[in-house]
Design a protein around this ligand. Structure first.
Ligand SMILES: Cc1ncc(COP(=O)(O)O)c(C=O)c1O
Length: 383
């Protein structure tokens, strides 16, 4: 049995998530790392590697690629060749490298994980940000708007799959339409699949975009990492899968001299996670489903808030426009809960809540939010 109820005290340590609120009574439910210990096989592999003492430059080794390729084959029936892998010190590095490796401008859909919004500009490219469509409680692609936003210079689609922050697992029909769109307009796709191990909705599954067809694989840079699923983001390790040799050379070329190699402990952890982490991952999914349900029912009862169903990730995307406050993230921070502001994702009025934490932490945060919403609605009522 894995213990996901244990509260690990991350205050006064090195945690970005907790130190943001050092000295304040704010429960941090913002940046995407979870308050759970990493899987035991990962910890054991790291301890064994550290015990060797010598921590020199690593050269990715065959059993590491075997573990990754075996996982991709087992989970997604996706056959990947070892030479298609490019190891990276972080997935955001991959988003930025993709924007530099592909000539031309960039298109993506909002709301979106903030580095999607910054990477094109950092590479001197123009970004067309097309809003996703919200119909009822379902987020989907607006294909007409996507067509309309395209310019003759657009060459790269940045795809988040599953999507952070709206939590959608794009379905077969949506993926087929995106593939057709990219083929017709001769676009390269950079598909960020960092959350693909975290499908919560029973009956849904992940299909790597590149696995749709050999033609799509040729125009695809897939970015993956063990960091979200196995909760090791502090180890800085991810990888790109790029079947097209010319595209892979360009991608590796823009990194040369700037991007360091992935570090040895990150690689050791990746091998252990992909080879031996499945029991832990399945137990985690159960915990996250329960937490998701807690958040969904608590938010449904909070005046001024609503949320859309979360199919994947440990992130809830909450509509706070009904609260009647200018800055909902600041409002909840003042009430003792640190959330991510929708403004950073291109959609003010919304907040993102990370429910990857023990139930007791989550319940305390939800209680604080409930109290703040009730107080706000009675204030508004008295105006
Ligand atoms: C969609 C997405 N991509 C990338 C990252 C970050 O990746 P890394 O820390 O490896 O740069 C995150 C982290 O939250 C994410 O949600």
């Amino acid at each position: 049995m894995h213990d996901f109820d244990q509260v690990i005290d991350r205050r006064n340590g090195d945690s970005l998530k907790w130190n943001k609120y050092a000295g304040r009574d704010v429960l941090p439910l913002w940046v995407a790392d979870m308050d759970f210990a990493a899987p035991p096989p990962v910890i054991k592999a790291l301890q064994a590697r550290v015990a060797e003492g010598c921590l020199g430059y690593p050269l990715p080794w065959p059993s590491l690629s075997d573990a990754v390729l075996g996982y991709l084959q087992r989970e997604y029936a996706w056959s990947v060749e070892p030479e298609w892998l490019v190891w990276l010190p972080g997935l955001v590095t991959g988003l930025n490298a993709a924007c530099r490796a592909v000539d031309g401008d960039v298109i993506t859909a909002t709301p979106i994980y903030p580095p999607f919004l910054s990477a094109p500009g950092l590479a001197g490219k123009t970004l067309a940000a097309v809003p996703l469509r919200l119909e009822g409680d379902r987020w989907s692609w607006d294909f007409a708007a996507l067509e309309a936003a395209l310019t003759p210079e657009t060459r790269l689609l940045l795809l988040c799959h599953p999507h952070n922050p709206v939590g959608r697992v794009w379905d077969a029909d949506e993926l087929a339409k995106l593939a057709e769109f990219c083929t017709r307009h001769d676009l390269t796709i950079c598909s960020d699949e960092i959350h693909c191990g975290l499908i919560l909705e029973p009956g849904l599954s992940h299909t790597p975009f590149a696995a749709l067809s050999p033609e799509i694989a040729e125009r695809c840079i897939t970015l993956m990492a063990p960091s979200k699923t196995y909760n090791i983001p502090g180890l800085g390790c991810s990888f790109a899968v790029i079947p097209n040799a010319a595209l892979r050379r360009r991608f590796a070329g823009v990194m040369r001299g700037i991007v360091p190699d992935a570090n040895v402990l990150g690689l050791v952890a990746a091998e252990a996670a992909y080879r031996d982490g499945e029991d832990w991952r399945l137990a985690l999914i159960e915990v996250l489903r329960r937490n998701r349900d807690r958040v969904q029912s608590a938010v449904a009862a909070m005046r001024g808030l609503s949320m859309t169903p979360i199919e994947a990730t440990y992130l809830a995307w909450i509509d706070a426009r009904g609260l009647g406050v200018d800055d909902p993230a600041a409002f909840f921070e003042a009430a003792g809960v640190g959330l991510s502001s929708g403004r950073d994702f291109g959609l003010p009025g919304w907040v993102r809540l990370n429910f990857g934490c023990p139930a007791t932490t989550l319940d305390s945060a939800l209680e604080r939010m409930t109290a703040a919403c009730s107080a706000q609605s009675s204030d508004v009522g008295h105006l």
